[in-house]
Design a protein around this ligand. Structure first.
Ligand code: ASP
Length: 328
C-alpha cells in the first residue's frame, strides 16, 4: 500500500456549525485526526498519517504559510516518508495555494488539495467523500507526473486551471478552457488528460530556502476607475501589479498611462482579466511593447499574482516573465 500523508490546514472541511442545519459556522475547528476518522473505509486505500500543518480559514493563508507548506511537502518526499500527500484546505483560496504548490513541489509524486463547501457536522457534509476521493488519487500511481490536483465534488482539476466559480454550491469549482483533469467516483479514478504546461519537478521555482514573497497587488478594473490605486500600490512598495482588466485585459486610457509610468519605474505590470475565462494576448487593443506590459495569457488575476511573485523572487526581468506566462 502507498503511504499518504494528510496535512490539515483548516477551512470549511474542518468547520463546525451550531447544528446540522445551521448555515452559520466557524471554519478550521476540527483537527485532522477526527477528519480522517469520519471517513469510512479510507484506511483501506492507503497507509495514512495525519499531520496538523495549520488551522485557519483559507482567507488567512499567506506567503509565509505557502513557503513552509511547500518546504514541508518537499521534505516528506525527499526523506522518502510519503508516496503521496493530501492537503485539506479552505476552498476560498485553494486555487492559489494549489497553483503555488504546482510550481514549487520538486517531485512527480501526487499532491492533492481537497476541501468542502459544507462544515463537517452539517446535514450532507461533502468533506468525507471529498477526502476519500483525494486519498484515492494521492495513492494512485497513475496520478504521478500530473502536477498538483484539486479533488472536489467527484472532479479532478489541474491546480493551474481550477477556479472557484460559486460561493455556496457543492459544485463550486470549474476549470474554464482546458476542462477537467478527470473524475473520481467513490475512489475509482479516471483521467482525461495530462497538463501540458511546466509544473512540479520540471518547474524552476523551488522555494525551500525562502520564507517570503515580493509584494504584488491586484487592481480590479471598472468603468470610471481612478488612477489613485496605481499610485498607492507603487508608493507602498509593490514590485508587481496585476490588473484584473476588462475583456481582453483592457483598462481605461488614464490607467494605461499610470501603469506605463509604473512599468517605466521598474514595477512589473501584468494584464489579466476580470472575465473569468479566456486568454489575454499581447498587443490586441493595448500596445504592450510600447507601454512595457506583460500579458497574462491564460492565468486569472490571482494565479497571475502567484506566478509573478515567484518570477520576482527568482530575479527574472520583464521579458523572462512574459516567457514564464507562456510556459507555466
Ligand atoms: N472560508 C472558508 C475557507 O476558505 C471557505 C471554505 O473552506 O469553503 O477556509
Amino acid at each position: 500500500m502507498q503511504r499518504v500523508r494528510i496535512l490539515g490546514t483548516g477551512g470549511t472541511i474542518a468547520g463546525e456549525a451550531a447544528s446540522e442545519t445551521a448555515s452559520r459556522y466557524r471554519s478550521a475547528e476540527i483537527g485532522v485526526g477526527p477528519l480522517i476518522a469520519a471517513v469510512p473505509g479510507v484506511r483501506s486505500l492507503a497507509i495514512l498519517h495525519g499531520e496538523q500543518f495549520s488551522q485557519t480559514g483559507s482567507q488567512d493563508m499567506s506567503d509565509i504559510l505557502w513557503c513552509s507548506l511547500a518546504a514541508r511537502i518537499n521534505a516528506l518526499f525527499n526523506a522518502g516518508e510519503a508516496d503521496g500527500v493530501v492537503v485539506t484546505h479552505g476552498t476560498d483560496t485553494a486555487e492559489e495555494t494549489g497553483y503555488f504548490l504546482h510550481l514549487c513541489i520538486d517531485s512527480r509524486n501526487p499532491v492533492v488539495l481537497t476541501g468542502a463547501m459544507r462544515p463537517a457536522n452539517s446535514l450532507s457534509a461533502d468533506g468525507p467523500l471529498n477526502l476519500y476521493n483525494a486519498v484515492a488519487v494521492a495513492a494512485d500511481r497513475n496520478a504521478h507526473g500530473r502536477g498538483v490536483i484539486v479533488v472536489i465534488n467527484d472532479d479532478l482539476h489541474c491546480a493551474r486551471d481550477v477556479t472557484k466559480g460559486n460561493t455556496t454550491d457543492v459544485h463550486a469549482f470549474v476549470s474554464p478552457g482546458p476542462g477537467l483533469l478527470g473524475t473520481a467516483s467513490f475512489g475509482k479514478v479516471r483521467y482525461f488528460r495530462t497538463p501540458s504546461r511546466c509544473h512540479t519537478a520540471d518547474s524552476e521555482f523551488l522555494m525551500d530556502n525562502m520564507t517570503r514573497l515580493p509584494r504584488v497587488d491586484i487592481l480590479y478594473a471598472y468603468t470610471g476607475m481612478s488612477t489613485d490605486c496605481v499610485r498607492d500600490s507603487v508608493s507602498n512598495g509593490a514590485r508587481g501589479i496585476v490588473v484584473a482588466g476588462l475583456g481582453n485585459g483592457n483598462v481605461p486610457i488614464s490607467i494605461a498611462h499610470a501603469l506605463a509610468d509604473a512599468a517605466a519605474s521598474g514595477v512589473i505590470v501584468v494584464r489579466s482579466t476580470r472575465v473569468g475565462s479566456g486568454e489575454v494576448a499581447r498587443g490586441i487593443e493595448v500596445d504592450d511593447d510600447a507601454l512595457g506590459f506583460v500579458a497574462a495569457d491564460q492565468l486569472n488575476p490571482q494565479k497571475s499574482r502567484v506566478l509573478l511573485q515567484l518570477c520576482l523572487a527568482h530575479g527574472k526581468d520583464r521579458s523572462a516573465i512574459q516567457d514564464a506566462f507562456y510556459r507555466y
